[in-house]
Design a protein. Structure first.
Length: 93
């Protein structure tokens, strides 16, 4: 099974301390190592990964991405429906 790192913060002393290994039926031969961000209101995925894996993203009305300090320098203009499976066996779209 191929492993893939989706997101990682370089300042953590233990790079696995805030990550979770997920799987998806859409990408059956990969373990998706994801960053857990308990302050985030939604889930995000790296756009280059979506493109390289040929995942079916679709356009949405632009949404300004706001950071915790209130600043905004990015706009979200695409979405993806991807069911993920947690190590507990639970699933989420």
């Amino acid at each position: 099974m191929q492993k893939l790192l989706l997101s990682m913060h370089p300042l953590f002393s233990n790079p696995d301390s805030l990550t979770l290994s997920l799987t998806s039926d859409t990408l059956p031969n990969m373990v998706l190592k994801s960053l857990v961000d308990s302050g985030s209101s939604d889930s995000f995925i790296y756009s280059v990964f979506v493109q390289t894996q040929h995942l079916p993203a679709y356009g949405i009305p632009p949404i300004k991405l706001r950071l915790i300090d209130g600043t905004s320098n990015s706009v979200i203009s695409q979405a993806l429906d991807l069911q993920i499976h947690f190590p507990t066996g639970e699933s989420r779209n």
